[in-house]
Write a protein that binds this ligand. Structure first.
Ligand code: PLP
Length: 482
């Protein structure tokens, strides 16, 4: 009796949540989650096939095979200019440093550098890659809690623009490298404010650890402590969080100036900005899934846009500007957005390999890629379009799985989709952030990456061959055939 009452209440709450989040004005695509393909620069033709900047998903898969990542260069540029432009409208000295870890595909990085982006790297490999891509050292920022000596030394040797210290042990190492090379290295410190991530990253303002680190930096003439770095988290949807953190670092910089004579000329405000079309899976979503409902979709109208952040931060940033009469000399504001730039610019195309009836009545679809290619679907809800059946009615409730022989390989549950058959293609939207860096083999080759520009397509990363997977193996007598 009590159990039934509890279940009834739960269902009523869920119905209310779904009603509250409904989008009555949702354009075409309602049945697939209420978000229109146009949000990703996509559309579909009379044949019901999704197009990415005018190129048919079916054509891409028949050309390059499935699974396939597809980069939409136009969308990437739109995101880049949209973000930078919003801040440039409020402050004269702003730059973006692409977060390499978010999407380390060289072609994606190259596109961003061609647009004018600087580079934010967090490992020796990423530093090497940025240099290999021709990024001038004065456009390079080295971050990270575990940089390693080789990366620190290379960064100093190349005279990178900025190294953001993460812990006290790095200070002397950077100074020693700079002394050996006879250079002076600009350094900052990643600080922990009262809002956002703390954990293993940076040093706390409140505890005094951050101040102690700057004091230590002043003991080394080879170091130029002139920057402050923060990175508050990821998928953040709160303007106030940034306002609070920026207020705190500006106050801290004033203390550094008066007490230590340290003039901060770089405020590196990190990334972390949420995107309008992806939503984190909350406890409620898990309960909803268990009762046969889909997890809630993102509601783009409720997510702050770059202009909202820029307008809210403008009064604070302009406080910095007033300190100097010449606006060109005002401190540099650097952002390191990853997700906000790359997420919606990429689509992961996956094909149906098999179909069966689930015990609970849902259609079970088995795709040719799962957690090995789309790990973020474990903690985020993404739009998934039936790319080859965009005209069809979403008549089936589906659970969608990958090909791994592993019970955790679930892409989504209780989704309304058309009746799909073997060979149909699904499009996982917003696959441009943290999909590729989290990609793994798990018994399968990793997919190719194609790019689409002005209605043309091109391969920018070939599919992995079996021999690629075993090429590092050196077991005596094993011929990997490479
Ligand atoms: C230091 C730093 N900067 C930038 C980013 C990019 O974050 P996001 O993709 O959330 O913008 C990250 C990601 O965790 C980071 O650790």
């Amino acid at each position: 009796m009590l159990a039934t009452a509890k279940k009834t209440v739960k269902r009523a709450v869920i119905k209310y949540l779904l009603w509250k989040e409904r989008r009555p004005d949702a354009p075409d695509g309602e049945a697939f989650g209420g978000l229109a393909p146009g949000l990703w620069g996509c559309d579909w033709g009379d044949d019901g096939v999704l197009t990415i900047d005018g190129v048919s998903a079916k054509e891409l898969v028949s050309h390059y095979g499935s699974p396939l990542h597809v980069l939409n260069e136009k969308k990437l540029a739109e995101n880049y200019h949209g973000f930078l432009g919003a801040f440039e409208a409020e402050y004269p000295n702003v730059s973006l440093a692409t977060s390499y870890k978010t999407n380390p595909v060289p072609h994606v990085l190259k596109c961003l550098h061609d647009l004018g982006s600087h580079a934010e790297v967090i490992s020796h490999f990423e530093l090497w890659l940025a240099l290999k891509l021709g990024v001038p050292p004065e456009r390079l920022i080295l971050n990270g809690p575990g940089k390693g000596n080789a990366a620190l030394e290379l960064a100093v040797e190349k005279r990178v623009k900025l190294i953001n210290v993460d812990g006290p042990g790095e200070i002397e190492k950077i100074a020693v490298a700079a002394r050996r090379l006879g250079v002076r290295q600009k350094v900052g410190l990643r600080v922990i404010t009262s809002v956002g991530w703390s954990s293993q990253f940076g040093l706390s303002l409140a505890s005094g650890a951050a101040e102690a680190a700057y004091a230590r930096m002043t003991e080394f003439p080879e170091l130029e402590p002139a920057a402050i770095h923060l990175h508050l988290g990821t998928r953040i949807q709160s303007v106030q969080t940034y306002v609070q953190a920026v207020e705190e670092v500006i106050q801290f910089s004033e203390m550094l100036a008066s007490k230590y004579g340290i003039q901060i000329d770089h405020f590196d405000l990190g990334g972390g900005f949420g995107v309008p079309t992806v939503r984190g899976i909350a406890d409620w979503d898990v309960r909803m899934l268990s009762l046969g409902y889909p997890a809630r979709f993102a509601n783009p109208d409720s997510v702050p846009k770059p202009a909202d952040y820029a307008k809210a931060l403008a009064p604070l940033l302009n406080k910095l500007r007033h300190k100097t009469s010449d606006s060109v000399d005002c401190p540099a504001i650097v952002f390191e957005p990853g997700r906000a730039i790359t997420s919606s610019s990429q689509v992961l195309l996956l094909s149906v390999m098999g179909k069966k009836q689930g015990v609970g009545g849902n259609d079970f679809l088995i795709l040719d890629g799962g957690a090995n290619l789309a790990l973020p679907l474990e903690w985020e809800t993404h739009q998934i379009f039936p790319a080859t059946q965009m005209n069809a009615t979403a008549s089936r409730k589906c659970d969608v799985f990958g090909p791994l022989c592993h019970p955790g390989d679930v892409l989504c549950q209780n989704r309304q989709l058309p009746a799909l058959e073997e060979g149909d293609v699904l499009a996982v939207m917003d696959s441009g952030a943290y999909f590729i860096p989290n990609q793994m083999n798990f018994s399968n080759p990793r997919p190719a990456v194609a790019t689409v520009r002005n209605g043309q397509h091109q391969l920018v990363r070939r599919r992995e061959e079996f021999t690629d997977i075993v090429r590092m193996d050196q077991s005596p007598g094993f011929d990997h055939g490479a």
